[in-house]
Write a protein that binds this ligand. Structure first.
Ligand SMILES: C[S@@+](CC[C@H](N)C(=O)[O-])C[C@H]1O[C@@H](n2cnc3c(N)ncnc32)[C@H](O)[C@@H]1O
Length: 217
């Protein structure tokens, strides 16, 4: 199998990921921790309980751990990658790895201070042009964000690291039922990447609603 699939729809298929991870040892989508650690340090504290969504074989959790963030739960629906990561990092106390689908997470409500995704939502959306996301994909993202909001503590933060520009991504995050407000930051020297922070329990900013011309759903 080629690591680059013939169709972007494969990025939504667990069989694609399982096969890929049986061959690939380590890969970081977009950028590694070094490029955006200043943004993480601004909003995450070392005592926070952190959930990494769709961790893959990225070095992000390892590098955050080395930097003092040592309470990290990593999930991915690929059993192959979770088994490999569990073995590779078995010496890191406080770091755990679980096979779990983001669409139906079994964590109790309000169990995390911080939830991070890097490239995971993008993988679900790249089969469509960003201008025409299908209703099916919008429903999928809503299903995931509803779960994320449920398991996030009050004042907790959902962080999304992505190449997707605000015009496309922020409208997906704007919904009063998630009970969060959205902040946006950027990083990267030549190519710009986005770092969105959804802060739970903060009222949705009216200027954001106005800017994206959206009534809160
Ligand atoms: C583009 S990769 C990003 C990997 C990693 N976060 C990084 O920054 O390099 C997307 C990851 O999400 C995982 N994934 C996709 N859909 C998922 C789902 N429904 N539940 C859990 N993990 C999922 C894939 O197995 C893959 O590891």
């Amino acid at each position: 199998m080629d690591l680059i699939p013939s169709s972007n729809a494969s990025y939504k298929d667990v069989n694609y990921w399982n096969e890929r991870y049986s061959k690939e040892e380590s890969y970081d989508w977009f950028k590694s921790y070094e490029s955006f650690k200043h943004l993480i340090k601004d909003c995450v504290s070392s005592s926070d309980r952190i959930l990494m969504l769709g961790c893959g074989n990225s070095s992000l959790s390892e590098h955050m751990y080395e930097d003092g963030f040592q309470n990290i739960v990593n999930i991915d629906y690929s059993e192959v990658v979770i088994n490999k990561m569990k073995e590779k990092y078995s010496n890191l106390k406080g770091m755990s790895w679980e096979v779990m689908d983001m669409r139906s997470m079994s964590f109790l409500e309000a169990s995390f201070d911080v939830i991070i995704e890097k490239g995971t939502l993008d993988a679900m959306l790249v089969e469509n042009s960003p201008w025409h996301i299908s209703d099916e994909n919008l429903a999928l993202i809503d299903e995931i964000l509803t779960q994320v909001s449920r398991i996030l503590k009050d004042n907790g933060k959902f962080i999304s690291v992505t190449f997707t520009q605000p015009h496309f991504r922020i409208p997906m995050f704007i919904n009063e039922k998630y009970r969060w407000d959205v902040e946006q930051k950027t990083f990267g020297e030549f190519v710009q990447y986005f770092f969105y922070i959804c802060v739970k329990g903060r009222p949705l900013s009216q200027s954001l609603l106005k800017k994206y011309n959206k009534a809160a759903s």
